[in-house]
Write a protein that binds this ligand. Sequence first.
Ligand SMILES: NC(=O)c1ccc[n+]([C@@H]2O[C@H](COP(=O)([O-])OP(=O)(O)OC[C@H]3O[C@@H](n4cnc5c(N)ncnc54)[C@H](O)[C@@H]3O)[C@@H](O)[C@H]2O)c1
Length: 394
Amino acid sequence: MDGYIGWSLALRQLAMGNEVCGIDNFSRRRAVEEVGSWSATPILPIEKRLSILQKEYGDKISFHKGDLVNPDFTNDVIGKFQPDSIVHLAEQPSAPYSMIDQSHTLYTQSNNVMGTLNVIYAMKNYAPKAHLIKLGTMGEYGTPDMEIAEGFMEVEFRGKKSTIPYPRFAGSWYHWSKVHDSNNVAFACKLWGLCSTDIMQGVVYGTRTSEITEQNKHTRFDFDEVFGTVINRYCAQAVIKHPLTVYGKGGQTRGFLALEDSIQCMSILIDNPPEAGEYRVVNQFDQQYKVSELADRVKRIADKKGLDANIQRLENPRVEKEEHYYKADHEQLKKLGFKATRHIDDEISVMLDDLMVYEERIRAKKEQMTQLVKWRDGSDKIQKIANPLILSND
Ligand SMILES: NC(=O)c1ccc[n+]([C@@H]2O[C@H](COP(=O)([O-])OP(=O)(O)OC[C@H]3O[C@@H](n4cnc5c(N)ncnc54)[C@H](O)[C@@H]3O)[C@@H](O)[C@H]2O)c1
């Protein structure tokens, strides 16, 4: 509940009148510190964040500090709270972080895969009727040279027809951890009759939701090369007149959605669980864009505000296709009532205005925008700072 999406979702669910029990081990705060950066929006300590919510919502909000990788903690929280829905966001979410070196790969995969296994065991033992909403990523599919279906595809092979999981071919150790999670969650549904929605989410951008109207309700906003996702990072770069850094040819195409719409989608899924035993997959994004096209958009909007942005093409540190076919289905959420509410240009404009307030905080960490973790060689700038396995120890 302390993360970028978790905090925003908790605010929405409380505003909708639901009871929320959050957990977090604060590993995100420590990992961003480890790479030498911080959130552009200053984030209050959890005690203060909670007291703000408690004033408004009383005992409808509770919180437990702890690590999902610890089975006793996970069993205890799920057993006592008896949730109707579990939104599982608590993973190491950065592809570059997982590529720093062996210890960061081990940390990412053990944190993510073990945490998810503990959640599904806790559900089986203590909350078998709950709906697990598990955050995966569109990156699980990779960039196949054909249309991407929503979770499953029909095939005909040697005269027999069947529906099989759409092939996953991820592009980082982080993305593979999500694929392993997907396989484990699908198996748990089949084995124990649990119900789950596995969200293949696109890249989320933005500073705002309907509930984030004051500074003390801001969610975190990372802009460093390791934790800052592409549009968010471009906007922070524009604010300090740092060139917008496009990797390679810039033809990398992905699905994107505004934070407000990500929260809307998850709230729709909470209200519309699948049947017991069903493993449902949804592709959660609004529009597809090329990363070079996004840099052009941010530049155009930033220029109108007098920011005079430049675009710089860097040698691509990643191992990925820089120009490719990309067309992904995203119909399931629309069928459940999802309609995007934010236009990307408006959201970029709001983001730039919000970030200008924190220009000095962004400028102070500008070196961290281009440390460049290389997919093949990792990073010798970051790897010696800490053993990431200690991140999960408290
Ligand atoms: N932000 C995006 O663009 C995006 C896109 C696709 C998928 N996702 C997925 O959505 C989820 C949330 O993303 P986010 O951007 O809010 O990330 P985030 O890092 O801000 O939030 C995750 C939170 O989980 C906590 N956490 C991690 N491991 C934990 C553990 N073992 N026990 C307890 N707490 C733990 C972290 O401290 C953090 O506060 C992640 O699973 C991520 O992979 C995010």
